[in-house]
Design a protein around this ligand. Structure first.
Ligand code: ARG
Length: 464
């Protein structure tokens, strides 16, 4: 057989028996790594162009390789390409087809290259493109959050600590807290991208190559920010994939926090929000149910992504230099991380548009929890009391309100004055939810005026 139809022919002379079917299946990666085909072809074309430039292959070889790759692109794109398990992975499948199509030029493509630097290059090229998509989706999600924040800047939500009512906050302010988280996630993704975007190609199997390669030229051609400077490191480390998985895990952790709140808020006990029907599901037995399946699934999928991080980091642990086949195991977790993350970000941006808030339920909850107790303390401090004394005085007032089964703001002035004579009519401004909100008018605070300042800042930032 003259053509490379079975991968054993890539190194066959030494082998006296064919690989067992079980081993073939166990070691093959083509059924998942074929996803790298575009990156594989892009990398190969850049390598071939440089080989021709350096006089390692002829201009005719390069033209043949380009022609062959064009056809392969078409075949894979249209689903007409025959992927062979016997050819183990995406790299050997494409190279074998190229050789079938253009003959010797195809066989020359692998000059000065190994699958070790090839696969590391492919994964980086692929991941770089995915990071760009994810970064865009993170911007989209932030925009959706800013929009709902703007609509509800004046809506009062009970803010919680320990899941106990603490102080009133603007619903918009609460949404902007997530904007901050996703903004940092975006920043992290772009930072990871810088280290993903370096070129391993030219490291060959592990030690570099004897051909006069111009690695810088390949890096430029591929839009990479630099060349991996040590061949052993270039082919072996997957730290770039690990840090991507870590950044992805943090995104999912933020999504899971938001999910948990949405789930609580839409429960009957809270009743703070409704989520549009298209994002909820019913029960097959309980006709009254509307379940927040999307946020619940996102919360669950966080475990999956964090699991991939654990998988990848453990995969790297203890690997001796340089390349080991262990690294083939980087792909499925990486692919699934990207898929899960993209779907989740997309669906959340859409779902946020389908959230309607129930301001009355939120205010009711805030009132039930004496959310303005701190404001009464602050009021007394402004009248000259030391804060600790004010704190103690307010504790007595809250006790009285509990006994009267009312909010602090509903206690008559005469009753309030029993706790301190400095209390006057203007106390009711401090005790109202809105007064409490407006009073926190410092940078990063929850006053609607501050929330609007932040919304403007985010709008400008996200438009850039
Ligand atoms: N499929 C392999 C991987 O994903 C490609 C590199 C194989 N290299 C080797 N020397 N067997 O890592």
């Amino acid at each position: 057989m003259s053509q490379l139809d079975h991968k054993s022919e890539a190194w066959s002379a030494l082998f006296s028996e064919p690989m067992s079917d079980l081993v073939k299946r166990y070691t093959a990666s083509v059924f998942f790594d074929k996803r790298l085909w575009q990156a594989d072809i892009t990398g190969s074309l850049a390598h071939a162009a440089m080989l021709a430039q350096q006089g390692v292959i002829s201009a005719t070889d390069l033209a043949d390789i380009r022609r062959g790759m064009e056809q392969i692109r078409g075949e894979i794109g249209s689903g007409g390409f025959e992927w062979k398990l016997d050819l183990e992975d995406v790299h050997l499948n494409i190279e074998a087809r190229l050789t079938q199509l253009v003959g010797d030029a195809g066989k020359r493509l692998h000059t000065g290259r190994s699958r070790n630097d090839q696969v590391a290059t492919d994964v980086r090229l692929w991941l770089r493109a995915e990071i760009d998509l994810i970064a865009d989706l993170l911007v989209g999600l932030q925009k959706a959050l800013v929009a709902i924040a703007e609509k509800n800047a004046d809506v009062v939500l009970p803010g919680f600590t320990h899941l106990q009512v603490a102080q009133p906050v603007s619903f918009g302010h609460h949404m902007l807290a997530y904007v901050e988280m996703f903004a940092r996630d975006h920043e992290r993704m772009l930072d990871v991208r810088r280290r993903v975007n370096r070129l391993p190609l030219g490291a060959a199997a592990l030690a570099g190559t004897t051909y006069p390669l111009d690695r810088e030229a390949v890096a430029r051609e591929l839009g990479m920010e630099g060349v991996c400077q040590n061949s052993l490191d270039a082919v072996s480390d997957r730290d770039f994939a690990i840090e991507f998985a870590a950044a992805a895990s943090l995104v999912m952790v933020h999504v899971s926090r938001f999910s948990e709140e949405l789930i609580l808020w839409m429960s009957q006990n809270f009743g703070f929000i409704r989520i549009a029907d298209r994002f909820t599901t019913g029960s097959s037995i309980m006709p009254q149910k509307k379940n927040p399946d999307v946020p619940e699934l996102a919360r669950g999928k966080t475990g999956r992504v964090v699991g991939h991080l654990m998988g990848l980091i453990t995969l790297m642990k203890g690997q001796p230099l340089a390349y080991n086949k262990d690294n083939q195991e980087d792909k499925e977790p990486l692919f699934d991380t990207v898929d899960t993350l993209k779907d989740t970000l997309r669906i959340f941006a859409e779902m946020i548009e389908g959230i309607t808030v129930q301001p009355q339920a939120m205010e009711q909850a805030a009132l039930k929890g004496y959310a303005t107790a701190t404001d009464l303390a602050d009021y007394l401090v402004k009248k000259g009391l030391p804060f600790r004394d004010a704190h103690e005085t307010v504790a007595h007032a809250v006790k009285a309100a509990i006994a009267h089964q009312c909010d602090l703001s509903e206690l008559p002035l005469a009753v309030l004055q029993q706790f301190h004579p400095a209390i006057d009519k203007d106390v009711y401004d401090a005790l109202s939810l809105r007064g409490s909100l407006n009073a926190r008018n410092t940078l990063g605070g929850t006053a609607p005026a501050q929330v609007r300042v932040q919304i403007e800042r985010h709008r400008t930032r996200l438009a850039a």
